[in-house]
Write a protein that binds this ligand. Structure first.
Ligand code: SF4
Length: 403
């Protein structure tokens, strides 16, 4: 039985998916199964180890990191001449899972023989067996659009470290290590806080045992890394780390010093907005004093750049709030001399959140607001960079859900 492991987001996303690493590890211990990462090579999608083209696998195990992966999957299958309509396709069987599925699973059911909702750790083999034998006795497997969406299977990681690192992965030459799942905070716009209501962290002892022979940088995977009660102990035992976005309120002098001593050169924060008023509205405290403290202390400790996430199109937002985000992020660069990159995302009214019924903002309005930030932030080639992300794909997927 051959299983192709794929994330439609591209080679980097496939190699950086801890779920796909888990499946590979679990299946490699089962006689009769062979799993391989599917990467694009010379205009074809094929197995990393086997070189087998994607159409020659018995099953494609597809993980999605966001709802827009639906369109990427369709494009990829078309490119490879694989039938999209699952009722007409003879092979390969396709099963999809991951965060994109958890947000919007219905569109994926047109192309997938089944979708799996939640965490597959520890039961991947059973999932594949069920799929192949046509069994439906697994509550998190959905086979058609009329089946009500089940509650997701939410677990702790069985094994939390990637099998290998790669210079093609999103985090280059970095071994990903899972630290926790969920988040103890309840930001009103955030899908994770409604999807995973409990914060579950892995014991430091278990994590450190898994990474004891690590030679490369450890990429710590967690939505709330600094909330781990033993995080300082974990940091202290690792040589080189890379970090996800960190909560402002948990970054103090001690944490900044340790992080910087682990060869971290860039820090990512997600203030999301630029004013106290908007911070209160979205349930994520905005603290300018703390931002300034972090920027200045980061520089003093040897960190070179700061990446800041922001959002536009939130309900209740006005032009002054938007301008403030650009202005304060620029100010952080000026007072600290750090390189600053801002990544501004269109607000998405995610299902399950307090804002789920808020409308998508008009695209012209979003572009106008992005321009307001651009003017206040004044990007230049050397020290200030700005990226923008629009929510068109989410809007398209959400339309499909409502049809
Ligand atoms: S935005 Fe971040 S801190 Fe807030 S609930 Fe989501 S993951 Fe947690």
């Amino acid at each position: 039985m051959t299983i192709g492991l794929l994330c439609p987001g591209g080679n980097g996303a496939t190699l950086s998916s801890l779920s796909l690493h888990y499946i590979k590890r679990e299946l490699s211990q089962k006689p009769g199964y062979f799993a391989d990462f599917i990467l694009k090579r010379e205009n074809r999608y094929r197995g990393l180890l086997s070189g087998r083209t994607i159409d020659k696998f018995d099953i494609l195990a597809v993980t999605t990191s966001w709802a827009g992966d639906y369109f990427k999957l369709l494009k990829l299958l078309k490119e490879e001449g694989i039938e999209i309509d699952r009722t007409k396709r003879k092979s390969p069987e396709i099963i999809t899972g991951g965060s994109g599925i958890a947000v919007a699973h219905k569109p994926f059911l047109e192309v997938s023989d089944a979708v799996f909702i939640g965490d597959g750790d520890g039961i991947f083999l059973k999932i594949f067996d069920n799929l192949l034998s046509g069994k439906t006795d697994m509550p998190w497997l959905v086979f058609d659009k009329n089946t009500p969406k089940p509650s997701p299977r939410l677990t702790e990681a069985v094994k939390g470290v990637a099998l290998f690192s790669s210079n093609e992965a999103i985090f280059k030459n970095t071994r990903l290590v899972e630290i926790s799942r969920g988040c103890p905070y309840k930001c009103r716009f955030c899908w994770l806080s409604s999807y995973r209501k409990k914060y579950k962290f892995r014991a430091a002892e278990v994590i450190l045992d898994e990474v004891s022979d690590l030679n490369e940088r450890a990429g710590l995977v967690s939505a709330a890394l600094l909330s781990h009660p033993e995080i300082i102990n974990i940091f202290n035992k690792l040589d080189k780390i890379s970090l996800p976005s960190c909560r402002l309120d948990l970054l103090d002098e001690e944490v900044l010093k340790i992080i910087a001593s682990k060869s971290v050169k860039s820090l990512t924060l997600a203030p999301e907005v630029g004013s106290e008023r908007m911070g209160t509205l979205i349930g994520k405290k905005f603290d300018m004093e703390k931002l300034e403290f972090i920027a200045v202390n980061s520089k003093e400790n040897g960190i070179k750049s700061l990446k800041l996430y922001g959002m536009v199109g939130l309900p209740g937002e006005n032009y002054e709030d938007v301008e403030a985000f650009g202005a304060i992020t620029r100010r952080l660069g000026e007072i600290s001399s750090l390189d600053i990159e801002i990544s501004v995302n269109q607000f998405i009214p995610m299902p399950g959140t307090d804002f789920q019924d808020a409308p998508f903002a008009d695209m012209k309005e979003i572009k106008y607001k992005m321009d307001i930030i651009r003017k206040a932030f004044k990007p230049d080639r050397k020290k200030f960079k700005m990226k923008t992300n629009y929510g068109r794909f989410y809007q398209k997927v959400f339309r499909l859900i409502r049809e």
